[in-house]
Design a binder for this molecule. Structure first.
Ligand code: 1PZ
Length: 214
């Protein structure tokens, strides 16, 4: 597999999520987006069949990067600052997409929902038997998370793409972390940080009633 070549390792990608959380339990958008960039790179290495997924993820990452590098970049340093700034400025469409179709709040919400999929998928991968099917793990994690937010046609396309996933051992190998045991150990180290980022974001969005943004 293409992703197995070169020095690119999922270890560094997942480490970005560890770097997200500050001492004040705020989520830094810089490393958050860096983590997503790395995930997309990894996904692209798995084959062209996943490009409809990575295209959408890239579009969302780009929206966020333009805020983070834009005139109001100070307001987009952390997720907490972003929510405060966008809500107080009336920059979020709460009912339907109209004046602010690409708010940071609604864009991050899509990535946040996908992070739940990632968490479940990596947990599944870590704890599954050696001969387990990656596509089954992926399907289960997707059905338990993101699928609820996707229309039928996207769910169908996702189901087809999942069939193209390699076996668990091959998948652990393309992660480029070392042998399967090392990969499993790395996942064990990385997952608490992903759960943490997810949990903080979920709580923030719950508090501000942002979990259903159109
Ligand atoms: C290793 C296998 C990878 C499987 C990834 C599982 C996720 C499947 C998601 C398929 C959806 C892609 C099509 C785009 C859907 C969009 O409509 C939605 C909602 O956005 P809106 O239309 O409201 O603007 N987009 C999303 O839900 C974001 C999906 C991001 C997925 C990122 C996956 C990263 C994978 C990393 C792999 C290690």
């Amino acid at each position: 597999m293409a992703a197995a070549q070169g020095a690119f390792s999922l270890r560094e990608v997942l480490a970005a999520f560890q770097a997200c959380v500050t001492e004040q339990r705020e989520v830094l958008l810089g490393p958050y987006l860096c983590g997503w960039r790395g995930l997309v790179r990894f996904l692209n290495g798995l084959g062209a069949i996943f490009s409809f997924i990575s295209k959408d993820a890239v579009a969302k990452i780009q929206i966020m990067e333009s805020y983070c590098g834009g005139e109001r970049r100070e307001e987009y340093r952390t997720l907490q600052a972003m929510v405060r700034y966008e809500l107080s400025g009336g920059l979020v469409d709460l009912q339907r997409r109209s004046a602010h179709p690409d708010s940071g709040c609604r864009t991050v919400l899509r990535l946040h929902r996908a992070l739940k999929w990632l968490q479940l998928f990596l947990e599944g991968l870590r704890t599954a038997r050696q001969d387990a099917s990656t596509s089954a793990i992926c399907t289960d994690s997707y059905n338990a998370s993101l699928a609820a937010y996707h229309p039928w046609v996207v769910r169908k396309a996702a189901a087809v793409a999942f069939c193209a996933l390699p076996s668990r051992d091959a998948f652990l190998e393309v992660m480029n972390v070392g042998g399967p045991e090392e990969a499993v150990e790395m996942l064990g180290d990385a997952l608490p940080h992903i759960r943490d980022v997810y949990g903080i974001t979920q709580e923030l969005y719950e508090q501000h009633r942002l979990l259903d943004l159109p």
